[in-house]
Design a protein around this ligand. Sequence first.
Ligand SMILES: C[S@@+](CC[C@H](N)C(=O)[O-])C[C@H]1O[C@@H](n2cnc3c(N)ncnc32)[C@H](O)[C@@H]1O
Length: 200
Amino acid sequence: MYDPVLQNARKPKGYDGEKTLERMNEHHAPLVKWGLSYLNILQNAKILDIGCGGGATIGELLNRYENSIVDGVDFSEKSVEMSKNFNAKFLGTRCEINQGDAANLPYENESYDAVTAVETVYFWQPVEKAFSEVFRVLKRDGVFMILNEISDPQSQWKDKIKGMNIYTPQQLCDILKSIGFVNVEFYQGERENICVIAKK
Ligand SMILES: C[S@@+](CC[C@H](N)C(=O)[O-])C[C@H]1O[C@@H](n2cnc3c(N)ncnc32)[C@H](O)[C@@H]1O
């Protein structure tokens, strides 16, 4: 029997979803700071954060890249609401947030210079289709960055959250290459933290 509160990690909803998103906004900040140290984005970029959750990564990117546009997409209504609240100051000018599935992104081909995905690809189904969607919406030479805190396939988290798939960095690199991404690299951080970066 799955713990219902933990299922909010996959698709937050209601009060427990809101509290989970608030916690994740704080808890994932060090992972995001570490990962962004590997990402070279020019100013005036268009960036998309998929599975944007409570919106803190969008906020961090908006602060770092002052002349850039940072959009977000998430399939949870609660996450979209929280991300909009978190980034209210920039909504409609430098930021738009939409509800949508990673496997069927509501964006035109070649719209973004960079796509980020923090603690979310575990839940993308099918992951190959979602990565193809990232490839489609990226501009030529655009970059895709995946950040995960869990990368040991033996981790018990997959038994706690329904529909969770845990990938080693090598597995993620292999899927990305099979789709056509190039310059695919990964970095191992503390504990199981991984950062995977690929170029279109
Ligand atoms: C563990 S939370 C991480 C949220 C945020 N990125 C962070 O680091 O705090 C996972 C998020 O990914 C979203 N998500 C999961 N599967 C998705 C999919 N297929 N398409 C879009 N969003 C998805 C969930 O709704 C949730 O908001």
